[in-house]
Design a protein around this ligand. Structure first.
Ligand SMILES: [Zn+2]
Length: 228
């Protein structure tokens, strides 16, 4: 049987024959499969025809309005700003070359970012409506005079701290930087605590996503266990 196999396969499929015995086939599945590339190899740019371009790209940026691309690829969160084309969900500037835009909108990363973007937008809309409603019902509560986007920023900040199990008091030391980065004002952690019941109520509301609810639930459970 081995001799029949040997005539079909190349000799490299076989290991050296055991002394006095018939040739021993190597693990075929192993010998046929290419070795997975090592980390160093993965970091190297690929070589050959399809690899790194030696010459810079020949296609030049077409002289068209970015708005044209926005209209050519509707529903992809593309936007035109200051003569440039941006992908809002990827937070990236795109080339105006049609093929590049097509490649971008067909990429897996873009699809994943777009899904997150839509979830976030929908959930921001819900949270804003919820916050607005709360402050209308409680006009004397502190923090009611800032813009709705600012309220949402505070709300999301508190939510983020809760979700990650970081004590809210830590905000006080980080406030300057958080306000600078977020381009919205915060208030001290004592005042921000008033957002906790809102976040909990919003989490209980049927409209919020399952993932969001689970995270809040976990936080509540943790608090429940630590208070016992
Ligand atoms: Zn994108």
């Amino acid at each position: 049987r081995w001799s029949a196999l040997a005539s079909l396969s190349s000799p490299s499929d076989f290991g050296p024959p055991a002394e006095g015995g018939p040739p021993v086939p190597m693990d075929l599945s192993q010998s046929k499969q290419p070795r997975p590339p090592s980390e160093a190899e993965q970091q190297k740019p690929p070589i050959g025809k399809r690899g790194r371009q030696v010459k810079p790209r020949q296609t030049t940026e077409p002289k068209i309005s970015p708005l044209e691309r926005v209209n050519q690829f509707p529903g992809h969160t593309l936007s035109a700003k200051a003569g440039k084309l941006f992908c809002k969900c990827c937070k990236d500037e795109l080339s105006l070359i049609k093929g590049s835009v097509r490649t971008h909108v067909q990429s897996k990363a873009h699809a994943a970012n777009m899904q997150k973007y839509h979830e976030r937008t929908a959930s921001n809309g819900e949270a804003k409506a919820f916050i607005e409603e709360h402050f209308l019902a409680n006009p004397n509560e502190s923090g009611g005079t800032v813009s709705i986007d600012n309220k949402l920023y505070r709300y999301r900040m508190v939510e983020c701290f809760l979700k990650n199990g970081v004590p809210l008091e830590k905000i006080d030391g980080m406030r300057t930087m958080l306000e600078y980065a977020g381009k919205h004002t915060l208030t001290d952690s004592h005042n921000l605590k008033s957002f906790i019941p809102k976040i909990e109520a919003q989490a209980r509301a049927a409209t919020c996503t399952r993932r969001h609810r689970r995270a809040i639930l976990e936080h509540l459970l943790r608090r429940h266990h630590s208070s016992r």
